[in-house]
Design a protein around this ligand. Structure first.
Ligand SMILES: C[S@@+](CC[C@H](N)C(=O)[O-])C[C@H]1O[C@@H](n2cnc3c(N)ncnc32)[C@H](O)[C@@H]1O
Length: 402
């Protein structure tokens, strides 16, 4: 691919586009019985175009929003596609099958793809941030033939991780440590690099903060940007702060959550179940609006996987109980179920606008992190370390202090 755009330039262009179209991508169609957008050109044309799509085209655009999009008639689809293009990382490393013991298949593939992002010399000291059972640490210890300190706050994960490392004769030490606690900085003192695969929101921001202070190299694949204390996102870098202010871009937690909402790794079965759950929620939404006599969305708690009732009626009765609503006799359950299914067709089509802005949002957040380190004198590179089908959180940020 061509030389990647400088981070600051890319951030500036993305800030402008995200701010210009904020009114269109930020309202969630799921929570609106009617059009989610203000009456503004070209909202009505976009809605009409999306509602006319057949199921196959809708599904294709959910998967590949930038390819042959009918929205290009109104929205800067090609420019967004160009701005989210990030170079591919080095190919995955090869490792013996036996090394994969105790690691889930998909996680193992992610780790093989992430490993080349971790450059480390002989005898250098690695720290893994939010390590779980230290699966990545074990792979890296084998690859680099060195010692690794893996930080994790759950004692049970530390214990089983330590047992696995010892059984395999590896120099990996699982340390029970809350990475948000001040005491964490002692682990970075003599570290040559900190690695973090899928460290959530504030947990990876804390890592960036300490890496800046202590001038430590990092290899990070961030995720779950919405897991953060602040209700409104405060850009980390001076450049993102300035750009956001200049263009009037403000991101709340829902916007941050949108950046990571993707189902590319779900199986067909899981997808069908999720579709049904969404249709039932929309069916209940129609019902609750009638029962309350209030034409407003009512958030219903999520249900743990496998806890969804078998029948639509039972789901509605559960949701009504949760929200303190009384369900009268004589409800035509089938009619509400069908209504939910029809609403979902509409919502899925309107959501296609948000699919277009999801990756730009994520890239914007990663650029903010990259620039924050660059402003502290680090050399930073971004790459896509694996295909989206393996994990949509496939951006890696590698930073080296000057
Ligand atoms: C999303 S998992 C990632 C685990 C592993 N890196 C992977 O890719 O499978 C996040 C891990 O961070 C740990 N964690 C969450 N909060 C933490 C904290 N404050 N301090 C240390 N670890 C934490 C969790 O227990 C969990 O094991």
């Amino acid at each position: 691919m061509n030389t990647p755009l400088p981070h600051a330039e890319r951030l500036e262009a993305l800030t402008r586009l995200l701010a210009d179209w904020h009114w269109l991508w930020s309202p969630a169609p799921f929570t609106h019985a009617g059009a989610p957008w203000p009456e503004r050109t070209p909202a009505a044309d976009i809605a009409a175009c999306l509602q006319a799509l057949d199921d196959a085209r809708c599904q294709r655009l959910q998967q590949r929003p930038f390819d042959a999009s009918p929205l290009a008639a109104w929205l800067p689809v090609d420019e967004l596609a160009r701005l989210v293009r990030v170079p591919d990382g080095a190919p995955p490393i090869q490792a013996p099958e036996a090394w994969a013991a105790h690691v889930g298949g998909r996680k193992w593939q992610q780790m093989l793809a992430f490993a080349p992002q971790v450059a480390v010399g002989q005898g250098q000291r690695l720290v893994e941030w939010c390590a779980g059972k230290g699966h990545l640490s074990r792979l890296l210890a084998r690859r680099h033939d060195g010692s690794i300190c893996a930080l994790e706050w759950q004692p049970a994960l530390c214990e089983s991780g330590q047992a696995l490392a010892e059984r395999q004769g590896l120099e990996v030490t699982l340390v029970e440590q809350d990475v948000m606690a001040p005491s964490v900085s002692r682990h970075l003192g003599d570290a040559d690099r900190v690695v973090a695969l899928h460290a959530c929101g504030d947990l990876h921001v804390r890592l960036l903060e300490l890496a800046r202070e202590q001038k430590v190299a990092i290899s990070l694949a961030p995720c779950c940007y919405q897991r953060t204390r602040d209700k409104i996102y405060r850009p980390l870098s001076r450049q993102a702060q300035q750009q956001a202010e200049r263009h009037g871009l403000s991101l709340d937690r829902e916007a941050l959550a949108l950046s990571v909402q993707e189902t590319v790794t779900a199986s067909q079965g899981e997808r069908r179940k999720r579709e049904q759950a969404n249709a039932w929620r929309l069916g209940f939404d129609a019902l609750q609006r009638r029962l309350r006599g209030v034409d407003d969305y009512l958030a219903v708690p999520s249900l743990a996987y496998g806890r969804m009732p078998e029948r639509f009626e039972d789901f509605c009765r559960w949701a009504a109980r949760e929200k303190g609503l009384t369900v009268p006799d004589g409800i035509d359950w089938d009619a509400y179920r069908r209504r939910g299914e029809a609403c979902l067709q509409r919502v899925n089509r309107l959501e296609l606008v948000r699919h277009l802005f999801r990756r730009p949002l994520e890239v914007w957040l990663v650029l903010d992190r990259a620039l924050w380190l660059e402003e502290a004198g680090f050399e930073v590179s971004l790459s896509q370390f694996c295909p989206r089908a393996l994990t949509p959180r496939n951006l890696a940020l590698v930073a080296q202090p000057a």
